[in-house]
Design a protein around this ligand. Structure first.
Ligand code: SF4
Ligand code: SF4
Length: 396
């Protein structure tokens, strides 16, 4: 729910300034500044909402530096709804630069986003992107974020169960996942169909609204939410593969949203054969999966089904990777500092795969892995499961 100014003041006033959230906050850990802590940000929000302090560039800078990781919420004894507060602060501050505005526009115009992803794919296959990253150093990091792109996927509205039917689910595509990681969506359909579920993909679905919300565009975020509420009319679970999208839909709709791993661990696997995978997999825990979807344990349970797979949770899980939606574009310095910590942890052991349930984290970590030339493949946990069930990507 979007808060009014009065509601913002009331919610902020529920903070008793105990400071229990401070050790959970990655930006406070990095800067040591109270204004970059949850407690400090809440006090600033309250002061600006009450017009005690001006809504100036310093206020904006401290709000924009927040990752919206929501670690602070989980530590708060008073249950202060920090996520709702920071969303409202973003409406007041309205973050706008050409890169994030472009992302927001693309997210709202899926045809152009798909066209953009295919242009990038052409740039990858012809070597133009690699040349650009060498000749224009400033672009190198952004180009490294782009995963290896595949051909465009045309989604069917219905994928029938491949065995005795057990139920129906809706699949939420997500604008970025659909354009940049269709393989995860196809893998999810494969697993769901083979477990006996009809998968429905309503064409009227839209972006979850997360990018617009991060830019402080409340009207656009609301339009996305309304469109999705209309698109998913049935009571079937709305299964999401990107925890960032799932979190936005869970917060702002009444739809029965469920993370794919959480849905899958509740299914009957008794007659499903999974081939062994002799591999060491690092498991990255997205903040939105842990703090909002509350489904982090489901991923561990799901991957534990694969014989011989050795799973190691990536250490330092309370620290965001710095992806955080458009944060990696808008706040590159902090995003890189947070990424550097993750890369150090990844380099301490030898892994064959890195599993993560969020496309934003996959792009951010992928950029670090590509820049470090590490031989490490990033996969969604469901893609690992699907491959062990015989899934072969149709994409090239
Ligand atoms: S959402 Fe994350 S970065 Fe923002 S104040 Fe809370 S813990 Fe800190
Ligand atoms: S833990 Fe909750 S009440 Fe305590 S300072 Fe943080 S937000 Fe305020």
């Amino acid at each position: 729910m979007t808060l009014s100014i009065q509601q913002t003041i009331q919610e902020a006033d529920r903070c008793v300034a105990c400071g229990l959230c401070l050790p959970q906050c990655p930006t406070y850990f990095k800067t040591g500044s109270e204004a970059d802590s949850p407690r400090g940000r809440i006090q600033l929000m309250s002061a600006v909402a009450k017009e005690i302090l001006p809504n100036n560039d310093r206020f904006k800078a401290h709000m924009n530096a927040c990752l919206s990781c929501r670690n602070c919420e989980t530590a708060c004894p008073n249950g202060v709804r920090y996520g709702a507060l920071i969303d409202q602060a973003r409406v007041i501050t309205q973050q706008s630069n050409w890169a994030s505005q472009g992302m927001g526009w693309l997210a709202s115009n899926p045809k152009f986003l798909r066209l953009f992803s295919q242009l990038l794919r052409l740039g990858q296959s012809t070597g133009v992107l690699s040349l650009l990253s060498k000749t224009h150093g400033g672009f190198a990091k952004r180009i490294a974020m782009i995963p290896q792109l595949t051909t465009m996927q045309c989604w069917q509205t219905h994928y029938p169960a491949k065995r005795v039917k057990r139920g129906d689910v809706n699949l939420f595509l997500g604008c970025i996942t659909s354009a940049f990681d269709a393989e995860t969506l196809l893998a999810s359909i494969h697993v769901l169909n083979h477990l006996g579920y009809d998968v429905h993909v309503p064409t009227a679905q839209s972006c979850c609204g997360g990018i617009a919300r991060q830019q402080g565009d409340a009207n656009l975020a609301k339009a996305h939410i309304e469109q999705n509420t209309q698109a998913f009319q049935h009571d079937w679970p709305v299964v999401t593969v990107a925890s960032g999208c799932g979190a936005g839909l869970k917060d702002y709709t009444t739809l029965p949203v469920q993370d794919i791993s959480d849905f899958l661990v509740r299914c009957d696997w008794s007659d499903i054969h999974l081939n062994p995978l002799h591999a060491h997999v690092a498991l990255h825990e997205p903040c939105t999966l842990r703090n909002v979807m509350k489904s982090a344990n489901a991923v561990t349970t799901l991957l534990s089904k694969v014989p011989e797979l050795m799973l190691s949770p990536l250490k330092g899980k309370l620290q965001c990777c710095g992806g955080a939606g458009t944060y990696m574009i808008n706040q590159p310095e902090m995003a890189e500092a947070l990424l550097a910590d993750k890369m150090m942890l990844l380099q301490q052991e030898t892994f064959d795969f890195l599993a993560t349930s969020n496309i934003g984290c996959a792009m951010q970590l992928g950029s670090g892995i590509r820049q470090a030339n590490m031989p490490l493949t990033i996969l969604h946990p469901v893609t690992i499961i699907a491959k062990q069930m015989g899934f072969q990507s149709e994409l090239d």
